[in-house]
Design a protein around this ligand. Structure first.
Ligand code: ZN
Length: 112
C-alpha cells in the first residue's frame, strides 16, 4: 500500500516545533495525529507527488528555504508556512480528489 499512512499523535507532537503539525509527509510515509479526512489525505498525497519529483531531499531543502525566506519578511510562522509554494499548491487543490490524476509536474512552481 503506497503511500504508507501511520497515525501517531506522539510523532506529530514531536515535530510541532514551529507550527502545530496535524499531518506530515516524509516520503514514503504520511504520519498524522489522527485518522485523516479525504481532503487532508489528498493534501498529503500532493506533497508525496512534489517530493517524488524533487528526489525527496530537494523538497525538504526548498521547503526550509521558502519558509525562512517568508519568515524574513513576515516574522510570523503561520503566514510563512502558508506562503510555501508546496503548501499553496496543496491547499489550492486538496479538495479536488481528481487533482492528482491530472496534475502537471512541478505545478508548485506556479505558486512562487
Ligand atoms: Zn501541507
Amino acid at each position: 500500500m503506497f503511500p504508507i499512512v501511520i497515525v501517531s499523535p506522539v510523532f506529530t507532537k514531536l515535530v510541532s516545533i514551529f507550527i502545530d503539525v496535524y499531518a506530515i509527509t516524509l516520503f514514503p510515509f504520511i504520519i498524522s495525529k489522527e485518522e485523516m479526512d479525504e481532503n487532508t489525505l489528498n493534501h498529503e498525497k500532493i506533497h508525496i507527488a512534489q517530493q517524488k519529483e524533487l528526489f525527496v531531499v530537494f523538497f525538504y531543502l526548498l521547503y526550509a528555504y521558502y519558509f525562512i525566506e517568508s519568515y524574513y519578511f513576515f516574522r510570523d510562522t503561520h503566514t510563512s508556512y502558508m506562503m510555501i509554494p508546496f503548501e499553496r499548491e496543496a491547499y489550492e487543490y486538496d479538495n479536488d480528489l481528481e487533482y492528482l490524476a491530472k496534475r502537471k509536474r512541478f505545478k508548485w512552481l506556479d505558486f512562487r
